[in-house]
Write a protein of this length. Structure first.
Length: 283
């Protein structure tokens, strides 16, 4: 079996069907460029149509391929600065080391995280250390795969309080165009998803979630249809009668338009419906 996905990527195919191609309540613009020296720039901005609040982010990334190094810097309109340096496949094949820092000039707040990940056939492991003088938090995850079956575990241990703050398990199965994923978070949140690629043009997904102590089961289905190489339509609906539709089209190479709308089926005449507009430019 090939390298299994990381714990955070379990069930990703189903989540992509539910999330990609939608941007309810947002007007968003994203621009990606690359300089002649190899520095990648990603600039994005969005405005919330309900509150009118605008936000933006700038990211620069430079890859030093010969040494397996990647330097990333980030800034957003909340005035948070971030920097990360990562090294991959240098000390050992499949091993990635990274150090991530953030700084808020207005408050002087600083944070840092040391990240490690190791992947090879049948296993994908991760361990992060959140640097905090009051007591660091250790994050760990492991995914094992064999003949399509996937089993994962994720935990977080607060050394300051000497207790587990996160305790999640997952089980899944992947076979070609079909994927099944189930998980239990902290013994109280239960969920599962099914993804199927019906053919080259149609993808479908089903998602279920339930919280212990509650009789409310959350259920949603979604589908994506690829009209042609440049155009796709998406639709989803959940048990709260929220209906979402999306339309994506590549207008020309490097220019993508996304339109989306969410309708409250239970309160159709009361308003409160949302629309979204997105532009992605890449040069």
């Amino acid at each position: 079996m090939a390298v299994p996905p990381s714990y955070s990527d379990l069930g990703k195919s189903a989540r992509d069907v539910f999330n990609k191609g939608y941007g309810f309540g947002l007007v968003k613009l994203e621009l990606k460029t690359k300089s002649s020296s190899g520095v990648e720039f990603t600039t994005s901005g969005s405005s919330n149509t309900d509150s009118g609040k605008a936000s933006g982010q700038l990211e620069t990334k430079y890859k030093y391929s010969n040494r397996g190094l990647t330097f990333t810097q980030k800034w957003n309109t909340d005035n948070t600065l971030g920097a990360e340096i990562a090294m991959e496949d240098q000390l050992a094949k499949g091993l990635k080391l990274a150090f991530d820092t953030t700084f808020v000039p207005n408050t002087g707040k600083k944070s840092g995280k040391l990240k490690t990940a190791y992947k090879r056939d049948y296993a994908n492991l991760g361990c992060d250390l959140d640097i905090d003088l009051a007591g660091p938090t250790i994050y760990g995850s492991a995914v094992l795969g064999y003949e399509g079956w996937l089993a994962g575990y994720q935990m977080a241990f607060d050394t300051g309080k000497s207790k587990l703050s996160q305790n999640n398990v997952a089980l899944g199965y992947k076979a070609g165009d079909f994927q099944l994923h189930t998980h239990v978070n902290d013994g109280t949140e239960f969920g599962g998803s099914i993804y199927q690629k019906v053919n080259d043009k149609i993808e479908t997904a089903v998602n279920l979630a339930w919280t212990a102590g509650s009789n409310n089961t959350r259920f949603e289905i979604a589908a994506k249809y690829q009209l042609d190489a440049d155009t796709s339509i998406s639709a989803k609906v959940n048990n709260a009668s929220l209906i979402g539709v999306g339309y994506s089209q590549t207008l020309r190479p490097g220019v993508k338009l996304t339109l989306s709308s969410q309708v409250d089926g239970k309160n159709f005449t009361s308003g409160g419906h949302k629309v979204g507009l997105g532009f992605e430019l890449e040069a």
